[in-house]
Design a protein around this ligand. Structure first.
Ligand code: CP
Length: 324
């Protein structure tokens, strides 16, 4: 593939290849010199029209570890404030010699438009678009689940078969939820969504997952529980749930976490709102993988960049990254 726009575009073999390549990339991070020469001479622009801490810095770290030249663009402080369009912004950057564009945008579909419009020739990687998709987040989440629940030697094609994953919270506005449902289904996991009825999208019954309104009984049957932030910035203020009521019904505290099986993990894509969807006790517990997810994100993004830009050959079976 030339682009990574949606987790739904990945076949099981594509996803497993990325996860296996990410295992190779993780070994680079354990070495004293954390760099590979793979993308030397290639230029990647990080084009961020929406705020980000993890994704933007993680992509930058991944690009630098692969020796790419990196250009960071944020809409704030750019000519976007003077009315410049996405097309003109992208063409301006490509005119400076860009091989790949990592884009985050508030509008669902912006990365797809960039990849398919013919405006630019560069590879396009979606770093989160509106409420639509965040494929590298889903990949790093699957990578984390595979390591914690299956082990690093997980067999090809069987990675998350039968694992039970529960996503809790604001599904309506969550690109992370959509990407995770798509990818986890592809990898054979069983996904359950738990949310207030007002925070479930119309048509959710057609998604490849179950829906439950009973968090406590779902927790007892989960291998991984992923909490999602209530995205107030995408809501009309009149619809904000109160923090107290939301955390009572849908938040994870120590008592609720104790209902989970002993091996089960707590996940969060970040940013977390402590006291709302997760208590500090849970966020700081050994069962919470939030920091591990961030670490894994660099390896997964290195794998995606390597497979899209590094060459035509599959990374693991034929063209292992050469060490510098
Ligand atoms: N998980 C995630 O996308 O975080 P950022 O918004 O900080 O990038």
């Amino acid at each position: 593939q030339r682009h990574l726009i949606s987790a739904a575009d990945l076949t099981r073999d594509d996803a497993v290849l990325i996860l296996d390549t990410a295992e190779e990339m993780a070994r680079v991070a354990d070495r004293p010199i954390k760099k590979l020469p793979t993308l030397r001479g290639r230029t990647v622009v990080n084009l961020f029209f929406e705020d980000s801490t993890r994704t933007r810095i993680s992509f930058e770290a991944a690009e630098k570890r692969l020796s790419a030249d990196v250009i960071n663009f944020t809409a704030k402080g750019s000519s976007v404030s003077k009315g410049e369009s996405l097309k003109d912004t992208a063409q301006t950057l490509e005119a400076m010699g860009v091989d790949a564009v990592v884009i985050r945008h508030g509008a669902s579909g912006a990365p797809y438009r960039l990849a398919t419009s013919g405006w630019i020739d560069a590879h396009v990687i979606n770093a989160g678009d509106g409420t639509h998709q965040h494929p590298t987040q889903a990949l790093l989440d699957a990578f984390t689940m595979r390591r914690r629940l299956v082990g690093p030697d997980a067999g090809l094609g069987k990675d998350l078969d039968g694992r039970r994953v529960t996503l809790v919270g604001d599904i309506l506005h969550s690109r992370v939820a959509r990407s995770n449902v798509d990818l986890l289904h592809t990898l054979g996991a069983e996904v359950t969504l738990v949310a207030p009825p007002t925070l479930l999208p119309v048509g959710v019954e057609t998604w490849p997952c179950e829906v439950s309104y009973d968090l406590d009984s779902t927790l007892t049957k989960s291998d991984a529980v992923m909490l999602l932030r209530v995205q107030r910035e995408r809501m009309n203020a009149a619809f904000f749930p109160t923090e107290r009521e939301y955390s009572r019904r849908y938040g994870l505290d120590g008592d609720r976490m104790a209902k989970m099986p002993d091996h089960a993990i707590v996940m969060h894509p970040g940013p977390m709102v402590r006291g709302m969807e997760i208590t500090a006790e849970v966020a700081d517990s050994d069962r919470c993988t939030v920091v591990e997810q961030v670490t894994n994100g660099v390896s997964v993004r290195m794998a995606v960049l390597y497979l899209l830009l590094g060459g035509a050959e599959p990374a693991v079976t034929h063209a292992r990254p050469t060490e510098e």
